[in-house]
Ligand binder design. Sequence first.
Ligand SMILES: Cc1ncc(COP(=O)(O)O)c(C=O)c1O
Length: 363
Amino acid sequence: MTAKNIMLTPGPTPLPPSVLEAMSRPLIHHRTAEFGRMFVSVIEDMQFVYRTKGTVLMMTTSGTGAMESAVINLLSPGDLTIVCTTGAFGDRFVNIHKAFGLKPVVLPFEWGTAINPETLRAALKENKGVKAVFMQHTDTSTGVLNDIKTLSKIVHEESDALVVVDSVSGLACEPLETDAWGLDCVVTGSQKGLMNAPGLGFAAVSEKAWKAVEVSKLPKFNFDYKLIRKSLADKETPWTPAISIVAGQAAALKMLRAEGMEACWKRHDDLAAHARKLLTEKLGLPFYSKNPANILTGVVLPAGVDGTKLLSDILKEEGISIAGGQLHLKGKIFRLAHMGYISKSDIDAGVDALAKRLVGVKA
Ligand SMILES: Cc1ncc(COP(=O)(O)O)c(C=O)c1O
């Protein structure tokens, strides 16, 4: 193991020094004015990142908990929903629905491709009375970007359904306009574009979504949006939050505020272009996604290369973490992340480590 561990994984991502410093400060109690100030700064800065004037809720949970919170707070037993799936995380929304006894209409799209807007339009025409449509901004299992602006427009043209977006890996990495695009609930997690440790989930909730929350009858307790909103007015959370991770989030969000969202999106655009140019020049292997997001680049490995061993050798010998494929893609692709605090020099080191082991291997 080298002295410096380089993370090129699509979450968790590396942490800026100011975030590490904030997390290592002595703990403060969460029912204090000092915590209240920090918490409010996180919520206001998250409104800035989400581009919303609506409510932002914070929960101590991972991204999956934030996804679950949207399902259980917006819906009631028997509600009709559509779940668009472009990979492992769309499937997760389906599984959450099933865990709560819901039977969504599932619109599956081939892995590596994006949601087809006209397929969604046809499904909305066919299924009247849909309460909510669920989709990923970016699906981290495939690296695909979905056109949320267009998809949301179609949902609003064809129905009264809520638009629910999982932007766990997309937020801060790809443009997203919660208010301007008419998004009703956007969930995310702290450990990717938000440059923080894992442990916090967020939900941006529109006025229309609050009306659904008022009548929602699915069981909920820990993630009850009404309770969380009530505490927010008192500058606190209903339960003990992950205080040190909130401190880390406050520091990371200060960086995003100073940078500005357009510049942040542009940085991810530049990082993705840099990674793809290098990968093409040094490896020349095919990319996996047909509509790649700026969060990561998926690369198809030559048949005969054991991707799992390749990545474990790179980690063991060079201290560089690169993600492999998930589910049926295990061992067949690698996913090199370029999100959050990952730098061009981190990417260079990762591509060098890959090239050293792959150049000369026949595709
Ligand atoms: C798009 C997307 N949704 C949801 C999740 C789930 O988040 P977590 O692993 O924090 O529960 C992830 C995590 O990788 C993700 O990338």
